[in-house]
Design a protein around this ligand. Structure first.
Ligand SMILES: NC(=O)N[C@@H](O)C(=O)O
Ligand code: NI
Length: 162
């Protein structure tokens, strides 16, 4: 049985899979006469395929228990997908490299409060995985023509633990 141990999320560790959306390390500057600080340009939103447009949605995810039995990952060949939590509940981001169409070298990350992610276009990832409580996330991804979802079902589930 293949197993995966959860790691803390960092921009460096996540770089092969996309960007971490957080104020730490971000370019920032005051706007609105100094009443607001803009943390600028935190993610590279990718919109491919025909007639692409950005979608802003809220995903209300139900919690999963640990140890997690990961049966599939998916990817979006036509666009990136960003998740930013609207609560302080814990969640997981599971991603994988690609070996000729097969997910490889899986990683499981647990964001800290204040961290979101932008998963790069065509990057294997687990579906939204809240822990402990139902949680809302602001999601920015790609709408338009074409099929933007590819799934990969593992022969044997991965067990994801702390
Ligand atoms: N299917 C869908 O919109 N959600 C997934 O892409 C996901 O990553 O949770
Ligand atoms: Ni997705």
């Amino acid at each position: 049985m293949a197993s995966l141990v959860i790691e803390p999320l960092s921009a460096a560790a996540f770089a092969p899979f996309g960007q971490v959306i957080e104020t730490s390390g971000a370019q920032h500057y005051p706007i609105n006469n100094g009443m607001t600080e803009r943390y600028h340009d935190l993610a590279r939103i990718e919109l491919g395929g025909a007639q692409p447009r950005p979608l802003v949605s809220i995903f209300r995810g139900q919690p999963y228990a640990l140890p997690l039995s990961l049966k599939l990952v998916e990817r979006h060949p036509l666009g990136s997908q960003a998740f930013y939590p609207l609560s302080a509940h814990p969640w997981l981001v599971i991603v994988a490299e690609d070996d000729g169409g097969t997910p490889a070298r899986l990683r499981a990350f647990q964001p800290t409060i204040g961290q979101g992610v932008n998963i790069a276009m065509n990057t294997w990832h687990g579906v939204l995985t809240p822990l402990e409580a139902a949680s809302d996330f602001l999601v920015v991804d790609r709408g338009g023509e074409g099929n933007n979802l590819e799934e990969y079902h593992f022969d044997e589930p991965w067990t994801v633990t702390r």
